[in-house]
Design a protein around this ligand. Structure first.
Ligand code: COA
Length: 316
């Protein structure tokens, strides 16, 4: 299990922003085009509506602009841009290049694809780059899953949607916010959820559900252990927003009551790499996180990836 070297330069989040497309698709809208009902979707997933539209670059630029404005940093002093996405706008170049140009940055930019775990992968990577001497890094999680969703498949169309969340990280002297982390993947499970290039998402929903609970709990436990904190010391969990029943099952096993979770999936559906930042920053905007609180971020996704981090919240 990795531990953070005492000598490492730490980082804190000093600004954040989110973006959701304007167009809202309700469960009732879906029930007009496929065999499903609002009641079934809400009961089995917790989702009521989702936002659809935009491109990965346009949503990323919108959320990142807000994060930069909130932090007050000069965009030209940002050292790197990391975009976590599983739905790039083009195969080449990386969508992070389009976002970098759109924001007027002059810095290294690259995409990370770890599916729905991508934002946490990006956040941990950014801390590593800051430990190596960078000072300001933009981490964005954005997905436009509606573009690779088969809108005739009720197994997947009820779940997936579009959105973006961005965080501006700045280096600090001392250990910073990241107390513990875990990154994981099991490629032998890749057939449970995949999309061929140019194709649409295919999913074994039941098996994903079963595995998801297990990998979320495993990853969260590793992060809490490496952070040296117990479940009782976690003030808020920002879990991947895939299905409320997955979150309930994982939190029950972790011993964390649902009152301590950040939930937006009823409004957003599963927005993949955007889902953890959307939940985390919704909680922050609603004053649900106090300075010094331990916050657990935990996600899972295709691949089958899992990632988690325990951060000590610094209120900007
Ligand atoms: N509307 C109405 N009925 C539906 C339906 C829908 N959208 N989808 C399935 N059903 C029906 C099934 O046909 C089945 O009917 P039957 O009992 O007559 O055979 C019944 O509802 C139960 O189906 P099941 O597949 O067992 O439902 P479920 O409780 O497993 O829920 C998912 C399906 C997809 C919502 C759930 O498995 C899930 O969320 N899995 C994880 C997916 C996920 O998180 N993916 C992203 C990973 S990042």
């Amino acid at each position: 299990m990795p531990t953070i070297p005492n000598s490492a330069t730490g980082a804190i989040i000093t600004g954040w922003g989110t973006a959701l497309p304007e167009k809202i698709v309700t469960n009732d809208d879906l029930s007009k085009t496929m065999e499903t009902t609002d009641e079934w979707i809400r009961e089995r997933t917790g989702i009521s509506r989702r936002h659809i539209g935009g491109s990965t670059a346009s949503l990323s630029i919108e959320s990142a602009r807000k994060a930069i404005a909130m932090s007050g940093v000069d965009p030209l002093t940002i050292d790197a841009l990391i975009l976590a996405t599983t739905t790039p706008d083009r195969a080449v170049p990386a969508t992070s290049s389009t976002v970098q140009h759109g924001l007027g940055l002059r810095c290294g930019a690259f995409d990370i694809n770890a599916a729905c775990s991508g934002f946490v992968y990006g956040l941990v990577t950014a801390h590593g780059l800051i430990a190596m001497g960078m000072r300001k890094i933009l981490v964005i999680g954005t997905d436009t899953l509606s573009r690779i969703t088969d809108w005739t498949d009720r197994n997947t169309a009820i779940l997936f949607a579009d959105g973006s969340g961005a965080a501006l990280l700045e280096s600090v002297s001392g250990p910073g916010q990241l107390l513990g982390w875990d990154l994981d993947a099991d490629g032998s499970l890749e057939d449970l959820l995949y999309c061929e290039i140019g194709g649409k998402l295919k999913m074994e929903g039941k098996e994903v559900f079963r595995r998801a609970v297990r990998v979320m709990v495993d990853s969260a436990e590793k992060s809490m252990k490496s952070a040296g904190v117990t479940a009782d010391e976690i003030s808020l969990v920002a879990p991947h927003q895939a299905n409320i029943r997955i979150i309930e099952a994982a939190c029950k096993r972790l011993g964390i009551p649902m009152e301590r979770t950040a939930i937006v999936l009823h409004e957003t559906g599963n927005t993949s790499a955007a889902s953890i930042p959307l939940a985390l920053f919704d909680a922050a905007d609603n004053n649900r996180i106090n300075h010094g609180d331990n916050v657990l971020l935990v996600g899972f996704g295709a691949g089958m990836t899992a990632a988690s981090a325990v951060i000590k919240w610094h209120k900007p």
